[in-house]
Design a protein around this ligand. Structure first.
Ligand code: ATP
Length: 287
């Protein structure tokens, strides 16, 4: 079975404190976008989880989020017959703040629930996913959502107005672990206006949403090309431009397709990993 697994952007990302278990408590407004990995999972009849991908950067062992998701699923469902092959077609830029690994993990959970006819509901799949990675529950459900704490508590929000979203990843990777360390070491974080943003999202007040979009990681993660990319997006007509996740990808939101295309063409010449996308309503889709 094969699925498409969508990337996400953060329309808002704030770190609001620490949970009793020591994890960071997050406030994230997430949006799925039409940039997809493909995930194929088949049963092999032999024991063991095998990962294949034509992209040599994709880990092929237990470090892969897709592998961890499969193991967590088998543990949860009490399945000992674990012979599967996972093939990952990588298109979502890696270590980019776009939750590519989480999307693959979500794809694996979705498929295994069908292959093994376990009939788990979305809530159960999300709780398995949350243990594997903060963005897995959202990657399973997709659309537009508020995710808090470690990513597991999700409230669906009204879909954002149709638009065009340019993703541009400068040629550097950001380690998520290091990004949280920087947050911990920062003297002071200027928090996002979460109340106004939620109000904007619930009331589909797009102008207010553009104004309140905020990612606190921009205060601690230095991405030398970020000001240039944002400026290029704004000059082309972007209504808002922001870094996604812990970076370094920057996205710009456009209401005009022509302006978005112009921006895409400009940035694509300088940054190979540039994509023109649309917001989508689902995280996982069967192919
Ligand atoms: P997030 O926005 O959730 O922080 P990200 O886009 O920053 O995610 P990923 O692309 O998901 O980061 O992965 C970051 C690292 O995780 C990679 O450098 C890679 O070594 C490892 N990894 C594990 N599984 C995968 C996978 N299926 N696809 C890509 N990277 C993976």
């Amino acid at each position: 079975m094969i699925v498409k697994a969508a990337a996400k952007i953060n329309l808002m990302l704030d770190v609001v404190g620490k949970l009793p278990n020591g994890y960071h408590s997050l406030f994230m407004i997430m949006q799925s976008v039409s940039c997809y990995d493909t995930v194929r999972v088949d049963r092999t009849g032999e024991n063991g989880i095998k990962i294949i991908s034509s992209d040599e950067r994709v880990p092929k062992d237990e470090k892969n989020i897709a592998y961890k998701a499969a193991e967590a699923f088998f543990d949860y469902a009490g399945i000992s017959d674990r012979g599967i092959e996972i093939e990952i077609g990588k298109k979502i830029p890696m270590a980019a703040g776009l939750a590519g690994g989480s999307a693959d993990g979500a794809g694996v959970l979705y498929i295994l629930n069908r292959l093994y006819k376990t009939g788990l509901d979305e809530f159960s799949l999300c709780s398995i996913g949350e243990k594997v990675g903060a963005d897995v529950p959202f990657s399973l459900t997709g659309g537009t959502s508020l995710c808090v704490d470690t990513g597991g508590v999700i409230a669906p929000l009204p879909a954002i107005s149709d638009c065009f979203i340019v993703l541009c990843k400068p040629d550097m990777g950001v380690s998520t672990v290091n990004a949280y360390k920087q947050i911990d070491e920062a003297q002071r974080i200027r928090h996002a206006d979460r109340t106004a943003m939620l109000y904007a999202m619930k009331n589909r007040d797009t102008a207010l949403m553009y104004e309140k979009m905020n990612n606190v990681f921009e205060q601690v993660i230095e991405v030398p090309k970020r000001p240039y990319i944002k400026q290029t997006m704004k000059r082309c007509g972007a209504k808002a431009a922001l870094m996604s996740g812990s970076g370094p990808t920057v996205f710009g939101i456009f209401t005009s397709e022509d302006e978005a295309r112009l921006c895409f063409n400009k940035l694509k010449m300088q940054f190979g990993e540039t994509y023109l996308t649309r917001p989508v309503k689902r995280g996982i889709e069967e192919v």
